[in-house]
Design a protein around this ligand. Structure first.
Ligand SMILES: *Cc1c(COP(=O)(O)O)cnc(C)c1O
Length: 384
């Protein structure tokens, strides 16, 4: 491998949205122009078509598009009538939106620790969190497993606990859409799933967007009502408290073009992740994928001993290799969330990971030469 420092090479992107734009050619522009021509900017035909194709892709009976991943989570809590006195179990090591929607409906987030290898919800910690919630007089209602960095949470173990405790399972697959568990796609597990089409997610639009997936026929009209200000049969009758939760037609048109190449991109991401694993396993802890899972590699996240990752990030920055830290502060330590209960013991794994993790550039257009440059820079920075 090249040993000299390539400081004058152009900086690499963390996610290469421009490369995807180039690959799609004029297809996205034409799709947007079609919407600009028919002018059905809200609830247009592309929205209906996208929902059909998303449901097929995920293997779910229904896909309900919406304005963001955060709103997808909120719409489900609202549709289920989750509220004051209810406990909703969230991993502490996640993006804030997983827990943010819980106080929106007046319920209490209860933080659960994660597993050190997969970064996903620890079923034993979930059991402990349920006991804490009950001791505090809360009613356990919903568990939100997160498919962190693209790998599905342990649906078998979490599903078994949820069935035994009569909890709803809301899968937060904002980072995991396109991954599989036991050969089935995310979006087809639990009582419902929420995903995000934020541009940086594996399937992203050109703005904000999201979707809910469910097999529950009765939930669909409720979700659609929540999405449109709680409307009843008549548009101007309000039968519940809702929101403006729709996906723009323009974003749906863009997503239809991107969904058409998504399978291909999934394969490219997986190739890149496997090359990283092979080249870095001797210098850091590389990501571990459960044998029942495939990851969509929303992030490629390595672990280093405490105190090392920020120096690595600074050294890579000098070589034009961007990195990111997801997440520096676990949710139970965030100022706005520290008041809420957690499973106990200080959630040691979430706390340790928040000091160890760093993510390397990962996208479907990471060519081998760029990747080799990143790998060489990481090895050099770690003195290997
Ligand atoms: C991105 C993300 C969300 C929120 O999605 P938005 O579309 O940005 O609202 C929720 N949960 C997780 C785990 C995420 O990564």
């Amino acid at each position: 491998m090249n040993s000299h420092v390539t400081t004058n090479a152009a900086p690499l992107p963390f996610i290469d949205i421009a490369a995807q734009r180039a690959r799609l050619g004029s297809r996205v522009d034409e799709a947007v122009t079609r919407v600009l021509t028919h002018c059905r900017f809200v609830n247009g035909p592309e929205v209906t078509e996208l929902e059909k194709q998303l449901a097929e892709f995920a293997g779910a009976r229904h896909a309900i598009s919406c304005s963001s991943g955060t709103d997808a989570l909120a719409m489900l809590l609202m549709a289920w009538g989750v509220g004051p006195g209810d406990a909703v179990f969230c991993p502490s090591f996640t993006f804030c939106a997983t827990a943010e929607v819980v106080p929106w409906v007046g319920a209490t987030p209860v933080f659960v620790d994660v597993l050190p290898d997969t970064f996903n919800m620890d079923p034993a910690s979930l059991e402990a969190a349920i006991a804490v919630a009950e001791r505090q007089g809360l009613t356990p209602r919903v568990v939100i497993p997160v498919d962190l960095f693209g790998q599905p949470a342990d649906m078998d173990a979490i599903g078994a606990i949820a069935r035994a405790r009569n909890l709803k399972v809301l899968c937060d697959t904002a980072q995991g859409f396109g991954a599989t568990w036991n050969g089935k796609r995310t979006g087809s597990f639990g009582d419902a799933s929420a995903t995000s089409f934020f541009p940086a997610k594996p399937l992203g639009c050109f703005g904000d967007g999201g979707a809910v997936f469910t097999d529950d026929d009765d939930l669909v009209p409720v979700l659609k009502s929540v999405r449109e200000h709680g409307q009843g049969v008549d548009k101007y009758e309000n039968v519940r408290i809702g929101m403006t939760g729709r996906l723009d037609t323009i974003q749906a048109a863009i997503l239809l073009e991107k969904l058409a190449i998504f399978e291909d991109e999934i394969a490219a991401r997986d190739r890149a992740a496997k090359r990283y694993n092979a080249a870095l396993a001797d210098v850091c802890i590389v990501p571990v994928v459960d044998p029942r899972a495939t990851s969509i590699w929303a992030q490629y996240t390595i672990r280093l001993p405490q105190g090392v990752r920020d120096d690595l990030g600074a050294a890579l920055q000098k070589e034009g290799v961007p990195t990111a830290v997801y997440y520096r502060i676990p949710m139970h330590k965030q100022p706005a969330y520290a008041q809420y209960p957690s499973a106990g013991n200080g959630l040691p794994v979430s706390e340790a990971l928040s000091g160890e993790v760093i993510s390397l550039p990962m996208h479907a257009y990471l060519d081998e030469a760029s990747q080799d440059r990143i790998i060489a820079a990481v090895r050099r920075a770690l003195g290997k």
